[in-house]
Design a protein around this ligand. Sequence first.
Ligand SMILES: C[S@@+](CC[C@H](N)C(=O)[O-])C[C@H]1O[C@@H](n2cnc3c(N)ncnc32)[C@H](O)[C@@H]1O
Length: 211
Amino acid sequence: MVHLSEHLRDCKRVLKDKGSFFLNLGDTFYNGNLQNVPHRVVLKLQEQGWILRNTIIWSKTNPKPSSSKSNLTPSYEFIFHLVKTMEYDYYPTLTKLSDKTKPSLPPRHRSVNGDYSKSVSPYLPNVNGKNMGDYWNEDIVRTSVANQKLNIKGEHPAPFPNEIITLPILQTSKEFELVLDPFMGSGTTRRVCDKLGRDFVGYDLKKYLTI
Ligand SMILES: C[S@@+](CC[C@H](N)C(=O)[O-])C[C@H]1O[C@@H](n2cnc3c(N)ncnc32)[C@H](O)[C@@H]1O
């Protein structure tokens, strides 16, 4: 078993100087006491020389229900955007100016069957838009529906919604560039890379069956 700190040190070692690292970590309770794991880890990473550019809130409109009668249901996670230098590649994602009601959310671009459009992505920079916010709201129920459509065999406890990984990839890489997912799970990132024309490498502690 590779310790998390060793794992993350290797991520820094193989990342190119202009590359970006997006880290999504869940939190945990110990004797009922929330441990603040994501922030403890990111503080260590900053000590190790990483530059933190954003703490994105992934808000789940339909989180896993909790039966607790003494605290609230956890309904969001953090995604940290980390870089090695300030000269990192970045292609800003701008929202439509007309999108007054939800200024920080990306425009929807999926067709009714949940698939990505084959045409140019509306996530591409819109010079008349305004900079996207760091609060992303994605319903995880749509994820399990998407997984059924993708015929994933076997259970995976925490797959990403496609949108959560689409934006970071479009914001920090170009076609044919290499994306690494060192926590590959059932391979959401791999499938999004296929659709977006990025090369992909990934691995995981466990083996999940996907087709
Ligand atoms: C939330 S899932 C990742 C989802 C995935 N990125 C995707 O695209 O669907 C987290 C995964 O991290 C894996 N994992 C945890 N610690 C690991 C380690 N030290 N080395 C490799 N994989 C690890 C777990 O087995 C689990 O599959």
